[in-house]
Structures are given as C-alpha cells and as structure tokens.
Design a protein around this ligand. Structure first.
Ligand code: GLY
Length: 378
C-alpha cells in the first residue's frame, strides 16, 4: 500500500543546492521533505569545494560575477551556522589561490587572465616563478610565474554534504527515494510527487534541484524543465601526510595549454581536478582524461607523484545555455527551480538557498539572483 505524506515544501534533489535550500527553509519553520535516492552523491561528491568567483570568472560568464561575489560573502556565516547546527567542521579555508603558468605559452595566456581579472577588481601583481615558489616551495622549478587571488575561499565538499545531510535529517525529512512522476497541483491543490516505491508526497510548493538528471520527471510541464546539459568532470584524490602538506593553498595552473587545479585539504589530501567534457551522460572516467589530469598535476608539483592515489571519480555538472544557474519561481504556481549551477554549485549554495527560501516565503530575495530566474529561458 502506498504511503502518503504532506509537507509545506518538497525538494527534489539532495545535492548541495537542494540540501542547502531545504536546511535553510526548515530553519525558517517550513515543513520540508527532501527526495533523492543517493543524497549528496552526484556532482557535489566530486566537487573540489573551491569558492572562487575570480578564479573561475570567464569573459563569457561575466554576468555571473556579482552573483558569485554575493554568495562568497555569505559563505563565512553559512559555514558557521552549518557547523554550529551539525556539530561538525566543514573545512572553510582562507589561504586563497595561486594561479601559475608552466611554459611561455601558458604564461602569455595567464597574463591575459590577470588582465581580465583586474576588470573584476583583482589588484594582484604578476609574480615571477621564484616568488611563486616562495609561496609554494613544492612547485616545479620551471614554473614561469603567476599571481595570487587572496579573496578565494575553499570548503571540504564532502564535509559540507555530510553536515547538510545531518541537519536536513534532524530538521526535515530526507527520503532516499527516486521521484518518478510529478502531478502538478495549483489553484489551492497540493502538488503530488510519486516515488519509485509507490509513495506519494504532497506539498504546497516544490523545489526542483535535480542537477544534471538524464531524464525529466514524467508529468513535469515544460515550464519546470530547465534546459540543462551535462558537462562531465573527473577528479582524482591523492592521500598525503597532514603533518607535511605538499601545498598550503589552492593552485590553479595552465600546463601546455590545459588547465588543472590542486586543492589541498587539512587532512593532507590533495584534490586534482577537473576534466571538462561536453556531450553525453556517461559517468565512467576515460583513461586518457585521467592521464592528462595526473600528468599536469605532477608537472607542476612533482612531489604529488609520491602520494597514494585513493580515488578517481567522474560526475556531471548541470550547465544551462548561458552557463548560469536557474533559480526561482517557474510559470507553474508553487514550483521553483534551483539548478544549472554548472561549475559553481558550492560557491552559489548560500545565495541560492537564501533566494529559494525568500521565494517560498513570499519575501524579497537577494537582488543578485534577479537575472537568473527561469523566465529567461521561457
Ligand atoms: N568548480 C570546479 C569545477 O567545476 O571543476
């Protein structure tokens, strides 16, 4: 027999975005049910946790920068609240980023990136290779130079996900269930979500935070189907000694025209990321892509070759036609979208959660979110 449950809000998708919004909504007194067969195990599990509006700003995505900066500003309070609520640390770090170039072509490219970053307010100067090595002694002697981005932060993505799962389980209902059908309500009737095990969840409002889901939920009207495409990313995790960390800050590098980042964790681990491949829903890692990642990482920090390779994992980033997220009320009453966060799920989590909660409660939300409503794709 099917079980029916009711809440003020149903959140479909328990990645960092769905969990963050659900937690904040529950803290504001809303009854929330979150549905996901594997909470936190999608793109959020393979993220690096860089909170880097400047490092990740590309000319094509300039419109995203004010939103990303706003969310970065919200992170310290978001992390402190989450740590207090969960009773666990989430690894927020303030050392910033060092961007470096390995050869002369990479150096020319990175110098252009520095020029562009100045348009976004960065005041850093170009550093010679020796100055980069003073900051990070493990860098290869042939590193040509680079610059610092001191305002970037980072969190431990898996610690954030674990903390969010804990607080959502404590304050709301987290169902490890796949939603197979959406029966829209409206006009005073609740929306209904049917799960693979035959359960029915009713909610006055529904937040679709489904990330890069291969197939849309049956029955969901077009207005609730964001134009999301998958952009695959692979990362490798290397285990190091916490007492002798190889790096003290995030290093982003151009190596023979390719891009790689190295994210050191407090436990000595180094996350090496990430590939970026358009097209297809495959999640298994391609050998050549992982080879390039490790090759480039070791080219800039040779000591990484001695660390233990503990994991290689691929996931799909959810990207939209303008590579910016879709956040807010859809044309269907009581149905909100919070998806399409592409490379920036962790960075944009606090501002997205605040915007979703404001929309659920009928309050004014962060103005930085206004350009990213679902209406722009309708
Ligand atoms: N934000 C890092 C990545 O998507 O690879």
């Amino acid at each position: 027999m099917s079980r029916r449950d009711r809440a003020d809000v149903a959140v479909v998708g328990a990645g960092v975005i769905g969990l963050g919004a659900a937690w904040r909504a529950a803290r504001r007194g809303l009854e929330v049910i979150v549905l996901d067969p594997a909470p936190g195990m999608g793109a959020s599990w393979a993220a690096a946790g860089m909170l880097a509006p400047l490092s990740e700003a590309t000319p094509r995505e300039a419109a995203l920068f004010p939103l990303a900066s706003d969310s970065l500003d919200r992170w310290p309070a978001f992390a402190a609240d989450l740590e207090a609520d969960a009773g666990a640390e989430v690894g927020l770090r303030h050392e910033g980023t060092l961007a470096i170039a390995l050869d002369d072509d990479d150096r020319r490219h990175l110098a252009d990136v520095l020029d562009r970053s100045r348009n976004f307010g960065l005041s850093s100067e170009w550093l010679a290779g020796r100055a980069c090595r003073r900051l990070e002694p493990a860098l290869h002697p042939s590193v040509r130079g680079g610059f610092e981005i001191p305002t970037d932060l980072q969190v431990d993505n898996r610690a954030v996900v674990a903390a969010l799962v804990g607080v959502v389980e404590a304050r709301a209902s987290l169902r490890r269930e796949t939603v197979v059908e959406f029966r829209p309500g409206g006009n005073g009737r609740a929306h209904r979500l049917l799960t693979a095990s035959g359960e029915v969840v009713e909610a006055d409002q529904v937040v679709l935070a489904t990330g890069a889901a291969a197939s849309p939920i049956a029955g969901a009207p077009d207005a609730c189907r964001p134009p999301v495409r998958p952009v695959r990313g692979d990362i490798a995790r290397l285990k190091g000694d916490p007492d002798e960390p190889v790096l003290s800050r995030v290093v982003r590098a151009y190596v023979e025209g390719r891009f790689v980042y190295l994210v050191p964790r407090r436990n000595g681990e180094v996350v090496v990321g990430a590939t970026s491949e358009e097209g297809g829903w495959r999640t298994a890692s391609r050998a050549g892509a992982v080879h390039d990642l490790l090759h480039d990482a070791i080219a800039i920090v040779p000591a990484l070759s001695e660390l233990e390779l503990v994991e290689v994992i691929g996931r799909l980033r959810p990207a939209t036609p303008d590579n910016a997220p879709v956040i807010g009320q859809t044309a269907l009453e009581g149905v909100l979208l919070a998806t399409g966060h592409y490379r920036h799920g962790f960075l944009l989590c606090p501002v997205t959660a605040d915007a979703v909660v404001a929309a659920l409660l009928g309050e004014p939300g962060p103005s930085s979110v206004t350009p990213f409503t679902p209406a722009r794709f309708s």
